[in-house]
Design a protein around this ligand. Structure first.
Ligand code: ADP
Length: 665
C-alpha cells in the first residue's frame, strides 16, 4: 500500500497573482520535491473573502499537515485559524499577519520598519520638502504597519506633509492611476508618492510618464517585478522596497515541517515549535543602480542553503542521539550541558536528569585525566583515556573515553566527550593473554619433551659412530656428520623456542646495572669468536649509564645481537663491531653496529618476527629465525623498543631503548 503524501497548503486571496506566482510558487514546488511532500496552492483567484475562508476550512477537513496563510482581514478568518489549531494543524502566516489569531508564528518583512525606511528615502530624494501621497490596501496588517511606520518617521521631517492616504485596492493598476490623476489636478505641488501595494507604484508611474512628469515627482513602491522594473528603468519609480518572499515562504514551510517531524530547532520533539511570534525576514531596496544584480541578491539559493543546514543539523543530532555510546557536552566548569539517550541509559539517569550533573560524579578522574581535560579546554588538545564510569546507583564499569574541545556553542567553551563501555574489550584482552600463556606453556612443554629423545638420539648415534669408526667409509662418515649437525640444529631450535616461551614469565627481577659493564661483558663472551673471525670490537659507552633491567635477559639480547653481527659479517671490508650506549630523552639507548652484509630496508620490520630469515646470508649461515624475536620480546617486556638501521652491503645498526626509572639521571 502506498502511503498518501503529506499535504501542506498555501492559501491567499488572488493566490495566482503574478507576484505570488513569480516568487512563492516556484519555492513551494522546490520545497515539495526536496522534502518529499505535496504542497498545494488552494486560495481563490479572486478577492472573495468567502472563498478564502472556505479554502482554509476545506484544508482542515482534508487534515492537511500544515497551512501557510497570507493573512487577509476578512470576517471569520480568526475563527478558521482557531479551528485548524484545534484540529492540531499548525498555521503560520506569511507576508501579512492575522493579528489576534492563534497562528503559531508569523514570518515576513517587518512592514513598520520598511515604512520608516521609505520615509527616510523619500526625504532624501525630495530634499526634505513637499507634499506626499500614500497609496495602499487598507485593513491589511502588513500595509497598515507600513503606513504607521511611514507616518511616524515622516513626523521627523518638518518640511514634508502627508496630504492623503488612499485605498487603491484593485487587481490592476487602474484604481491607483485614477487616484494619482485626481491628486495631480488638485495638488500641482505634489513632490512624492509612496505605494504600499504592488499596483500602486506602477499606477503612479504610468500617470507621471504620460504627463512627462516622471523624475519630478519622486515615487517609491514595493516589489521589483517586471511591472515595477520597467518604470525603475525610465526613472518614473525611484526606489522599490522588496520583501524577501522566497525566504519567508521557505522559513514558514520549514517551521510547519518541523512541527510535524521534529528538528534541531524543536529539540527533535514533534508537535512543538520553539519560535513563536514574528520572524522578520527583512527587505531589500532596489534602484536603477542595482536593478540588474538584485535578482541574484534576492534569489540567492537561500532555500537550499537553509535546507542543507537544517538537514545537516538533523543528521548530526540524530547521529549523536542514536549512537550506542555515551556522548556528552560538558561546560568549562565540568557540568553536563547535553547528554544523549544512551548516556542516560548506561549511567542510569531519567531523561533530562544528567544535565547540570558534574562529570566528577560520572567518571573516576585521576589527576592525569584532569590534566588532559584542562589541556583540552585550554589548548584544544584532544585526548583519549581509559577510566571507570559510575552509574547513578553506584555500580561501576570500565570505559574508553575520547574528548575534544567545543570551540563555540550555547554554553561557550567546553568539551565533547564520547565514552564506550570497555567491559567487552577488557574481557577479550584477558582472554587473548590467557590464550597466549596457554600457547607458551604448550610450546614450552613440547620443546622440553623433544629435548630428551634428541639427547639420547645424539648419544646413540655417537656410540654407533665411535664403535664402528674403522668400518666406516667416507660416504658413511659424511652421513654421520650430517646426522650430528642436524641434531645440533634441532637442539638449537628447541633451545631458542624454550627461551622464547619462557621470557614472558621470566622477566621480573630487575636490578640497576651499569650499561658499560653489560657491553664489556658481552664483548668478552665473544672474544674467541671475534678473534677467529678477525673482527675488532669497540665499546663506547658513557660512564654513568645505568639501567634497571633483568640483567640475564639483557645479556641474552646482547648475545643474540652480537652473534648475528658476527654471523652476518660476511667478507671483504674492515670487520668491525661497535657497542655503544647513550641517553635519549627519557630513555637509555644501546646499539650494536657492524660493518657486515646489511639488510634490505623492506625487511627491517619483518626480521623481528619469529622464523623470519631474510637478511643477506640465508644460504650460507646457520640459524633458526628466532633470535631477533627473542630480542623483541625481552625489550618489550622492559617497556622498550628495538629497531634496525641498515642497507644492503652497508652494515647494520641494531638499537634498543629502555625507559629510565623516574628520577634516574
Ligand atoms: P637467525 O639469525 O637465527 O636467522 P634472527 O632472528 O637472529 O635469526 O635474525 C633474523 C634474520 O635477520 C637473519 O636470518 C638475518 O637474515 C637478519 N639479520 C639479523 N642480524 C643481522 C645482521 N647483523 N646483519 C645482517 N643481517 C642480519
Amino acid at each position: 500500500m502506498t502511503q498518501k503524501m503529506e499535504e501542506y497548503t498555501w492559501i491567499s486571496i488572488i493566490s495566482d497573482h503574478p507576484v505570488f506566482a513569480g516568487h512563492a510558487h516556484p519555492v513551494l514546488r522546490r520545497l515539495a520535491s526536496l522534502y518529499g511532500v505535496n504542497i498545494t496552492i488552494k486560495g481563490p483567484s479572486d478577492t472573495s473573502g468567502e472563498k478564502y475562508i472556505k479554502a482554509i476550512n476545506d484544508a482542515v477537513k482534508r487534515k492537511v499537515a500544515g497551512i501557510m496563510l497570507i493573512g487577509f482581514p476578512v470576517k471569520g478568518v480568526v475563527a478558521a485559524v482557531s479551528k485548524a489549531i484545534d484540529s492540531n494543524i499548525p498555521v503560520v502566516t506569511v507576508d501579512s499577519d492575522i493579528p489576534h489569531s492563534r497562528r503559531i508564528a508569523h514570518v515576513g518583512t517587518n512592514w513598520f520598519k520598511m515604512g520608516s525606511g521609505m520615509a527616510d528615502k523619500l526625504a532624501e530624494l525630495t530634499g526634505n520638502k513637499g507634499k506626499v501621497l500614500m497609496l495602499g490596501m487598507k485593513g491589511l496588517a502588513n500595509m497598515e504597519a507600513g503606513f504607521r511606520g511611514f507616518r511616524q518617521r515622516m513626523s521627523d521631517y518638518p518640511g514634508m506633509d502627508i496630504i492623503g492616504c488612499e485605498d487603491d485596492m484593485d487587481a490592476t493598476t487602474a484604481r491607483a492611476e485614477k487616484i494619482v490623476e485626481e491628486y495631480l489636478e488638485n495638488h500641482p505641488d505634489l513632490s512624492g508618492i509612496v505605494g504600499f501595494d504592488g499596483n500602486s507604484g506602477p499606477g503612479a508611474a504610468r500617470v507621471l510618464e504620460k504627463r512627462g512628469k516622471h523624475g519630478d515627482i519622486k515615487v517609491l513602491c514595493v516589489d521589483a517585478d517586471e511591472m515595477q522594473a520597467k518604470h525603475i528603468k525610465t526613472g518614473a519609480i525611484d526606489a522599490a522596497f522588496c520583501q524577501k518572499r522566497e525566504v519567508f515562504t521557505s522559513v514558514a514551510f520549514q517551521m510547519l515541517y518541523s512541527f510535524n517531524h521534529g528538528s534541531a530547532i524543536t529539540g527533535n520533539i514533534p508537535g512543538k515549535v520553539n519560535i513563536i511570534g514574528n520572524i522578520d525576514t527583512g527587505h531589500i531596496i532596489v534602484t536603477k543602480d542595482n536593478l540588474n544584480t538584485v535578482e541574484e541578491e534576492l534569489r540567492l539559493d537561500e532555500i537550499y542553503q537553509r535546507h542543507n543546514v537544517i538537514q545537516r543539523c538533523n543528521l548530526l543530532t540524530n547521529m549523536v542521539e542514536n549512537i550506542d555510546s555515551i556522548s556528552m557536552a560538558v561546560d568549562s566548569s565540568g557540568m553536563v550541558v547535553y547528554a544523549n539517550p544512551s548516556a542516560e541509559k548506561q549511567l542510569g539517569y531519567d531523561h533530562g536528569k544528567l544535565v547540570r550533573v558534574s562529570i566528577d560524579k560520572l567518571f573516576v578522574l585521576s589527576p592525569g585525566i584532569r590534566d588532559k581535560m584542562q589541556d583540552c579546554l585550554g589548548r584544544g588538545i584532544p585526548a583519549s583515556f581509559d577510566t571507570v564510569a559510575r552509574k547513578s546507583e553506584g555500580a561501576v564499569f570500565p570505559v574508553h573515553v575520547n574528548i575534544a574541545e567545543i570551540k563555540t556553542g550555547f554554553h561557550g567553551k567546553g568539551i565533547v566527550l564520547f565514552a564506550v563501555n570497555n567491559t567487552g574489550r577488557k574481557r577479550m584482552e584477558e582472554e587473548i593473554l590467557r590464550k597466549n600463556q596457554e600457547l607458551e606453556s604448550f610450546v614450552y612443554s613440547v620443546s622440553h619433551d623433544l629435548r630428551s629423545p634428541l639427547v639420547s638420539l645424539y648419544g646413540y648415534a655417537e656410540n654407533l659412530y665411535q664403535g664402528n669408526m674403522d668400518k666406516l667409509d667416507d660416504q658413511d662418515k659424511h652421513y654421520f656428520n650430517r646426522i650430528f649437525s642436524n641434531i645440533k640444529k634441532m637442539e638449537e631450535l628447541i633451545h631458542d623456542l624454550l627461551e622464547l616461551s619462557r621470557i614472558g614469565r621470566v622477566i621480573g627481577e630487575r636490578t640497576d646495572v651499569k650499561v658499560r659493564e653489560i657491553l664489556r661483558e658481552a664483548a668478552a663472551r665473544f672474544s674467541e669468536q671475534l678473534k677467529e673471525n678477525d673482527i675488532d670490537v669497540e665499546v663506547t659507552a658513557e660512564g654513568g649509564c645505568v639501567i634497571n633491567v633483568d640483567k640475564k635477559q639483557i645479556a641474552k639480547v646482547m648475545d643474540n645481537l652480537m652473534s648475528n653481527a658476527i654471523k652476518y659479517m660476511g667478507n671483504g671490508r674492515k670487520k668491525h663491531i661497535e657497542l655503544s650506549c647513550g641517553k635519549c630523552g627519557d630513555n637509555t639507548r644501546i646499539c650494536v653496529k657492524d660493518t657486515g652484509m646489511g639488510i634490505d630496508k623492506k625487511y627491517h620490520d619483518k626480521i623481528f618476527e619469529i622464523f623470519q630469515r631474510i637478511g643477506g646470508g640465508k644460504e650460507e649461515t646457520e640459524g633458526t629465525g628466532i633470535g631477533l624475536a627473542i630480542v623483541d620480546k625481552i625489550i618489550k617486556g622492559h617497556d622498550g623498543r628495538v629497531w634496525v638501521d641498515s642497507a644492503l652491503g652497508k652494515g647494520s645498526e641494531f638499537c634498543f631503548e629502555i625507559p629510565r626509572k623516574k628520577g634516574e639521571s
